[in-house]
Design a binder for this molecule. Structure first.
Ligand SMILES: NC(=O)c1ccc[n+]([C@@H]2O[C@H](COP(=O)([O-])OP(=O)(O)OC[C@H]3O[C@@H](n4cnc5c(N)ncnc54)[C@H](OP(=O)(O)O)[C@@H]3O)[C@@H](O)[C@H]2O)c1
Length: 350
């Protein structure tokens, strides 16, 4: 392997300031690729204060390199990888913070990142690295909730899905997770009802939502029930603060499957269910990295996404907001994310 130096954005301990510094250049193991990272996106969990890191990632060893969303070029291919070649432009979900990986070499925030090959998709030439980087964690979270057997367990998306005559509710449709979920649910053959603020209605219709309802106000669940109408429910993705109780009300108030998969942290779900009547509704908590260990990961990143992006059947959304160049701009990006975004994903190019 050529001796190329690597640089990473290190987190020395939970809650410490990030520091740019030298890092090992780890070779690709079997089933892995090394990617020269050209763009990363930031997610709410990346900017968590120290106590939240301890709660969300109690296993994480420090110093750590975190980050999930990578776009770049493949520079090395590990044994057994036949689908990807050096020079390929790709997007991938970096899983270094996952319990069974816990490896700085697999964090997104560095120049050379090790990725699991089955969590990597080639991207078309027309798609910039910055725009591709908006996808991974949001896409993975949506796919986990929709397709994993312990959540909604729906059939995986395909190029020409049958119309299934059932509805998926995406509560929080204008989040990054929600915009991916709308497109995936359509590609799996479902009618989609979503929620958003009115200024995002047209955006979600353009992604394939049949109906969009405003989630603000006490009568939001009633509006969503009316939008679902007689079409049987295939399941609900509950995304965003306050979504769970209202999704429970909807799932109990329409015909079909009473299953809700929530993207909120497990502790928030537990508290949200305390003392609440569930009326036969099953609730599960999504962890957006679990798909790497089952058929959903390769079903999305290997089988579905490459052709769907190339044919423009799937769009890399929301819009990338590039806030700078270089690893040292990632803390700035996290500060910007804490102030909130609307239908945008904050990206740093490297
Ligand atoms: N479990 C996991 O593994 C996992 C992974 C990734 C993200 N998440 C969680 O998923 C959620 C979405 O994350 P994201 O990065 O996709 O969000 P995001 O892109 O930052 O979402 C921003 C949009 O959310 C909408 N919104 C704000 N408050 C809302 C609420 N209370 N209910 C519904 N929508 C609301 C707003 O849309 P309007 O302007 O239309 O109101 C806003 O434009 C977060 O809670 C995040 O922590 C979980």
């Amino acid at each position: 392997m050529p001796s190329i130096s690597n640089t990473a954005l290190w987190l020395r301990r939970p809650g410490a300031a990030f520091r740019v510094g030298p890092a090992p250049r780890t070779p690709a193991g079997p089933g892995e690729v090394v990617v020269r990272v050209r763009a990363v996106a930031v997610n709410p969990v990346d900017g968590s204060p120290g106590v939240a890191y301890r709660l969300v990632f109690p296993w994480l060893t420090f110093p750590a390199v975190i980050g999930s969303d990578v776009a770049g070029e493949v520079v090395e291919v590990g044994a057994g990888v036949t689908r990807l070649r050096t020079g390929d432009r790709v997007v991938g979900h970096a899983v270094g913070v996952e319990r069974d990986r816990n490896r700085a070499a697999e964090g997104a925030f560095q120049h050379y990142c090790v990725l699991l090959a089955h969590m990597v998709s080639p991207i078309p030439d027309e798609l910039s690295f910055a725009q591709a980087a908006v996808l991974p964690l949001a896409l993975s979270t949506a796919a986990t909730g929709l397709f994993q057997a312990d959540h909604l367990g729906l059939p995986l998306p395909t190029a020409e899905p049958p119309e299934r005559g059932e509805t998926v509710l995406v509560w929080g449709g204008s989040t990054s997770v929600g915009m991916n979920a709308i497109q995936l649910a359509r590609a799996a053959g479902y009618r989609v009802v979503a929620t958003a603020s009115p200024h995002n209605f047209d955006r979600l219709r353009a992604l394939g939502a049949a109906e969009v309802a405003d989630y603000h106000g006490r009568d939001a669940a009633g509006r969503v029930i009316a939008a679902i109408g007689d079409s049987p429910l295939a399941g609900v993705l509950a995304i965003g603060a306050g979504s769970l109780p209202r999704c429970l009300a909807v799932a109990a108030g329409v015909p079909g499957r009473r299953r809700v998969a929530s993207a909120q942290p497990a502790i928030v779900i537990r508290l949200g269910l305390l003392g609440r009547r569930r009326r036969g509704v099953t609730v599960s908590g999504i962890w957006g990295g679990t798909l790497k260990g089952n058929e959903v990961g390769p079903g999305i990143y290997a089988d579905y996404l490459p052709a769907a992006l190339a044919a423009e059947r799937f769009r890399a959304v929301p819009e990338a907001m590039v806030v700078g160049v270089g690893l040292d701009r990632i803390p700035v990006a996290l500060d910007r994310l804490r102030r909130g975004v609307c239908a945008q994903k904050i990206v740093v190019t490297l």
